[in-house]
Design a protein around this ligand. Structure first.
Ligand code: ADP
Length: 177
């Protein structure tokens, strides 16, 4: 599914983010930036050891929740990987919403700084971190729509791994048609 918003395009893709050919892909990392499970594990596996080496060298203290750090993409098609630890869902009263917004916004900004014009996001925080996807999907799309006018990035992909996630994002994006 694809939606044009002013000069930009938002695409929903049912698939694997490690195969994306956008300039940058986003990694739903943890605060250590030393690899992990889920999409983080997949990105490091496909991208090879140089991504972890760069994380260790450049970001000895990791990354705070809601912030974002960038490395090169190693063996991935994407030139850049933006690593962002999204919030762990703790019931919704621990600033989770604002932290998830920050993860999307800061990732977008990091990609923009290196000159990316296209970026792919996974569904941050909705796997192991337990953020309810029905709440996360509209928030993710809304945050990106709000960012677009101020940046040069013209193409944004949301890459959803499961059919259910893809359907939920499709419903959320339909509201912008
Ligand atoms: P978090 O810890 O932020 O919740 P996870 O990696 O556990 O991160 O999950 C985030 C989302 O990424 C989940 O919806 C999961 O299904 C999805 N995911 C896992 N592997 C991939 C992949 N290769 N490409 C895209 N999405 C993936």
């Amino acid at each position: 599914m694809e939606v044009n918003i002013k000069n930009s395009k938002i695409c929903l893709i049912h698939g694997d983010i490690t195969l994306e050919e956008t300039d940058a892909i986003v990694n739903a990392a943890n605060t250590s930036l030393r690899g992990g499970g889920g999409v983080d594990g997949a990105i490091h596996r496909v991208g090879g050891p140089s991504i972890l080496e760069e994380c260790v060298e450049k970001y000895p203290n990791g990354c705070k929740t809601g912030e974002a750090k960038i490395t090169r993409g190693g063996l991935l098609q994407a030139m850049w990987v933006v690593h962002t630890p999204g919030p762990i869902w703790r019931g919704g009263n621990q600033n989770e919403e604002e932290l998830l917004r920050s993860s999307y916004r800061n990732s977008f900004q990091q990609a923009e700084i290196v000159g990316a014009t296209s970026i792919s996001f996974p569904s941050i925080s909705t796997g192991i971190y337990g953020y309810p996807i029905h709440k996360a999907a509209p928030l993710a799309i809304q945050t990106i729509v709000e960012c677009l006018p101020s940046y040069s990035i013209r193409e944004v992909h949301f890459v959803l791994f499961s059919t259910r996630d893809f359907q939920i994002y499709t419903k959320a994006l339909t509201k912008f048609l």
